[in-house]
Design a protein around this ligand. Structure first.
Ligand code: SAM
Ligand code: CA
Length: 247
C-alpha cells in the first residue's frame, strides 16, 4: 500500500500540475501519443483551430487533440447523425463532431458565449461543415426544457456531448436522458476533474477546481447508480464518462 512520505510528496506534486491536458503518469508518454498517432492524422482544419485556440487566454478549456480524435472515431462507429453539444468554446470538439457526421448530419450546439465560437467559425466554414451546425447563444438548460415540453424531440439524439458548467451536469442529465434515443450515447466531459476527484481535502487546488469538484463527485455517483444507462469512464483528456441509454 502506498502510504509512505514519498508517495504523499508525489501526490502533492501531481496536484500542483492542475491544468495538464492528460491524466497519464508521464508527460513523455502523453507526448508520445500526440506525436505518434494524433498530430500526424489530425485534419488540417482541426490543427488550425487548435493553434488559434492556443492563443486564447482561456485555452485550458479546449478539448485536447487526442480527445478530439477519440470523439471523431466514436461518432463514426455509432453512425451518429443527430447530435447535441453543450459547451462549444472556440469549437474544437464541435469541429471533430462535424467532420465525423454525414453531410446531412446535425449538431445542436449551445454556449452562453458567441465571441469564442466566432474564433472557430471561419475555420469550420472553410472546412465545409458549418451547414451541419445550429449554434444557439445562451444557457443550455432552457433550450433542453423547451425541447422536452415540445414533445417531438424525445428519443431523437444519437449522441450528446456535455462540456459546460459542471454544477449543472445533473440537471442536464435529467433532461438529456429523455432526449437521447435508447441505444444512444451521452458523453460527460471532465469527470476526473484534473485528478481532483481523489485529492485529499488539503491538497493544493485552483479555486475553480475546488469549487466544481463536489459537483463532479456527485455526478459520478449519480451516473453509477442510474439504471437507465450503462456507463464507461475513460481516462481520455480530463476523463470522459460515456453513458449508453438502455431504457
Ligand atoms: N467543448 C469545448 C471545446 O472543445 O473547446 C470546450 C467547452 S468549455 C470547457 C465550457 C464552455 O461552456 C464555455 O465556452 C462556456 O461559455 C460554456 N458554458 C458555461 N455555462 C454554460 C451554460 N449554462 N450553457 C451553455 N454553455 C455554457
Ligand atoms: Ca472539457
Amino acid at each position: 500500500m502506498a502510504t509512505n512520505g514519498d508517495s504523499n510528496a508525489e501526490q502533492t506534486t501531481r496536484h500542483q500540475e492542475v491544468g495538464h491536458k492528460s491524466l497519464l503518469q508521464s508527460d513523455a508518454l502523453y507526448q508520445y501519443i500526440l506525436e505518434t498517432s494524433v498530430y500526424p492524422r489530425e485534419p488540417e482544419s482541426m490543427k488550425e483551430l487548435r493553434e488559434a485556440t492556443a492563443k486564447h487566454p482561456w485555452n485550458i478549456m479546449t478539448t485536447s487533440a487526442d480527445e478530439g480524435q477519440f470523439l471523431n472515431m466514436l461518432l463514426k462507429l455509432i453512425n451518429a447523425k443527430n447530435t447535441m453539444e453543450i459547451g462549444v468554446f472556440t469549437g474544437y470538439s464541435l469541429l471533430a463532431t462535424a467532420l465525423a457526421l454525414p453531410d446531412d448530419g446535425k449538431i445542436l450546439a449551445m454556449d452562453i458565449n458567441r465571441e469564442n465560437y466566432d474564433i472557430g467559425r471561419p475555420i469550420i466554414e472553410k472546412a465545409g461543415v458549418a451547414h451541419k451546425i445550429d449554434f444557439r447563444e445562451g444557457p443550455a438548460l432552457p433550450v433542453l426544457d423547451q425541447m422536452i415540453e415540445d414533445g417531438k424531440y424525445h428519443g431523437t439524439f444519437d449522441f450528446v456531448f456535455v462540456d459546460a458548467d459542471k454544477d449543472n451536469y445533473i440537471n442536464y442529465h435529467k433532461r438529456i436522458i429523455d432526449l437521447v434515443k435508447v441505444g444512444g450515447l451521452i458523453g460527460y466531459d471532465n469527470t476526473l476533474w484534473n485528478g481532483s476527484v481523489v485529492a485529499p481535502p488539503d491538497a493544493p487546488m485552483r479555486k475553480y477546481v475546488r469549487y466544481y469538484r463536489d459537483f463532479v463527485l456527485e455526478l459520478n455517483k449519480a451516473l453509477a447508480a442510474d439504471p437507465r444507462i450503462e456507463i464507461c469512464m475513460l481516462p481520455v483528456g480530463d476523463g470522459i464518462t460515456l453513458c449508453r441509454r438502455v431504457s
